[in-house]
Ligand binder design. Structure first.
Ligand SMILES: [Zn+2]
Length: 296
């Protein structure tokens, strides 16, 4: 029954996305953890991604999910046979509560160091949303994160055989970051991408294209879309799993094994959908500006 409800909510969330922000999806929809490729595992919920990259030297966790997600994520990691205490680094896509709200708790449980871009650091360490965030009207505080090390764009995070590269992808937030690494399975190396949200959204009354607090948001999101589009990308997991097509590929896993997740067009498709979202947001901004002029 619970499973049915979870699936229904996930589908509902996906359907809602056509006209509404992605946070309409159920952040805590139940999801069995699963192998994605080689040493990479999906440990998130049905609504919000979290990925564990494993090695004998310790593990790297990308994203945790919302404030109530840690119980689910911890259960998933243990179910796959890994130890939470072996997580050395926690990375983040962007410092909104649906992706970062559980980081402080996971850090307490694991003792891991959190690595973040300079703009994300400010939000994660204070727990206070960025006042210039296009979505500020809808944002809530996060549990503050204690032990954070700042990264620069292009920095490679190394842990034993793991090497994860940070690609700053601002626009959705100022501190947004996408991550790439390689995983190997049966002698085949796959270029793995954990893509940040690239969708242009703004909160009540703030035009995305003319936000005085973040005037570069449009240029940033365009640059980030182009950056993700041009990545070497065999396996994509996006911060909101359904937006990168994860569930369609997962559906083929019983027949194809983990090769089901290889889709060399995945990042280009994600970029194209993000570009369409930006065009829609800009059209909405223009219509709102016209309506405002007519009202005066
Ligand atoms: Zn967000």
């Amino acid at each position: 029954m619970m499973k049915t409800i979870g699936i229904a909510l996930t589908i509902l969330g996906t359907a809602l996305f056509a006209g509404a922000p992605a946070r309409a999806a159920d952040w805590y929809a139940p999801q069995e953890p699963f192998a994605v490729y080689g040493n990479t595992y999906y440990v998130g919920t049905g609504g919000i991604s979290a990925v564990l990259i494993t090695s004998p030297a310790g593990h790297v966790l990308i994203d945790v999910g919302g404030p109530l997600a840690p119980d689910q994520v911890v259960k998933h990691i243990r179910k796959l046979g890994f130890k939470v205490a072996d997580i050395r680094y926690i990375l983040n896509s962007h410092a909104h509560t649906d992706h970062a709200g559980g980081i402080a708790r996971l850090q307490t449980l694991s003792g891991a160091t959190v690595l973040a871009s300079p703009a994300s650091l400010n939000v994660l360490s204070s727990g206070r949303p960025d006042k210039t965030d296009p979505q500020i009207a809808n944002l809530v505080p996060l549990a503050p994160v204690a032990n954070i090390r700042v990264l620069h764009d292009g920095e490679v995070v190394r842990l034993g055989p793991i090497a994860v590269t940070a690609h700053f992808t601002p626009g959705h937030t100022r501190g947004g970051t996408s991550w790439t690494w390689q995983s190997r399975e049966n002698g085949r190396v796959a270029n793995m991408v954990y893509a940040d949200s690239l969708y242009a959204f703004s909160g009540d009354g703030i035009p995305f294209s003319a936000n005085p607090g973040y005037p570069n948001a449009k240029a940033d999101v365009e640059g980030s879309i182009a950056a993700v589009e041009s990545l070497d990308c065999d396996v994509l997991v996006s911060a909101h799993p359904e937006l990168g097509g994860l569930w369609e590929r997962k559906a083929k896993q019983p027949a194809l094994g983990n090769a089901a997740f290889i889709d060399k067009d995945a990042c280009r498709g994600y970029a194209a959908r993000s570009r369409a979202r930006l065009a829609q947001t800009l059209a909405d901004d223009a219509a709102a500006a016209e309506a405002g002029k007519a009202a005066r």
